[in-house]
Design a protein around this ligand. Structure first.
Ligand SMILES: C=C(O[C@@H]1C=C(C(=O)O)C=C[C@H]1O)C(=O)O
Length: 354
């Protein structure tokens, strides 16, 4: 997929961040128009509004459907904004494209379903509308890439990903856990793929939109998709995470956008320090593995099992505590030690098998 194109639309500034904003759901013509006018006045160029809402349980507001297309057309005519909406079926794609919607996105629940993704991809074949694919609800990178690949295979080249966080049992801070390592790995695997962050769905509350957007910018994300509503507290869906167009503009204006292309002499010097330290780390790891193999040899001769859970537990607890005191995350240290232990066991098993 190395000919993926950036998400560009004529007349839109290609500099980061590309911002897509608008209500979670299109509710009424006045609400959509009112929100879009204020957003346009703040310089936002792409309006989002959900017409078909995949709700967790039946009985809630499921969107105005096709009726909202005419409202988006008015947004376009009266504000000059581009429009975007979520599609989940081939009928949605047909209706949105016929109605002149400029950009489509696919939701997290749909992205988790290969049949639905294929149906949408087939409906997109022969068009060149830009398409953004949200991450599937579970932290499954392969499924996310697979969903993107289906759209790519249908001939769409302006493709992007939306990071909206992952369902987790722990709802203490986030509505959907960001697990930044997953979009970072996506970027490593598909470096040309533009990535948008959806801080509204990750945070689930408006106070988190600014810090999450800043984190996304610091990680080099290309764009943001943010929910904005003319009167957020009266929204028919997701009211806690929507902000006024004015608040949204304030958040965007205050983002620090760092330049990715800068590499100075001092950075080169610091990076060479990192390289030397990594050399030492590797040397130490390899020495540690040699000692582990000697222990393996001893265990073989004395008929002892390779896995020594008590020793392993002690080691995890002691080093996690030590890492904490040294200003590192305890969980990080546990992860590192787990990986080292796994390799150490593998090496000893090899010795025992000889
Ligand atoms: C090295 C040993 O074998 C295994 C590997 C360990 C390690 O790499 O630190 C710790 C405990 C054992 O599960 C040992 O028994 O000490």
């Amino acid at each position: 997929m190395n000919d993926i194109q950036p998400i560009t639309l004529p007349g839109i500034d290609p500099r980061r961040p590309l911002v897509i904003a608008g209500p979670c759901s299109a509710e009424t013509e006045e609400q959509v128009l009112g929100t879009a006018r204020s957003l346009a006045a703040e310089g936002i160029r792409i309006c989002r509004a959900g017409l078909w809402k995949p709700r967790t349980k039946p009985g809630g507001f499921e969107g105005v459907g096709e009726a909202g297309i005419a409202w988006l057309q008015r947004v376009k005519r009266e504000t000059g904004m581009y429009t975007s909406t979520e599609v989940a079926t081939r009928e949605h794609v047909a209706t949105a494209l016929k109605g002149g919607v400029d950009l489509l996105w696919i939701g997290a629940r749909t992205a988790a379903n290969p049949f639905a993704m294929q149906e949408i991809a087939d409906a997109l074949r022969g068009t060149d509308v830009p398409v953004l694919v949200k991450n599937p609800v579970s932290p499954d990178l392969e499924l996310w890439i697979g969903a993107i690949e289906r759209i790519y295979n249908a001939g769409i080249r302006r493709i992007g990903a939306i990071h909206r966080g992952f369902t987790s049992i722990d709802k203490s801070l986030y509505r959907n856990h960001p697990m930044w390592a997953i979009p970072i790995e996506l970027h490593r695997r598909l470096p040309r793929l533009p990535i948008f962050c959806d801080p509204s769905h990750i945070g689930g509350k408006r106070e988190l939109i600014a810090p999450l957007s800043q984190q996304a910018m610091d990680l080099g994300f290309d764009g943001l998709i943010i929910e904005a509503h003319c009167s957020p507290d009266c929204a028919w869906s997701d009211k806690a995470q929507q902000v006024t167009p004015e608040a949204l503009a304030y958040i965007i204006r205050n983002l620090v956008i760092r330049d990715e292309s800068i590499t100075t002499e001092s950075l080169t010097e610091l990076r060479s320090q990192i390289d030397k330290l990594d050399d030492q780390l590797l040397e130490l790891l390899s020495r540690r593995m040699r000692v582990s193999r000697d222990i393996g040899q001893y265990k073989k001769e004395h008929n002892m099992p390779v896995l020594q859970t008590q020793r392993y537990e002690e080691l995890l607890a002691r080093r996690a505590g030590q890492a904490g005191q040294m200003g590192m995350d305890r969980e990080f240290m546990r992860t590192v030690l787990q990986a080292i232990h796994e390799e150490s066991i593998r090496q000893q098993m090899e010795v025992l098998g000889k």
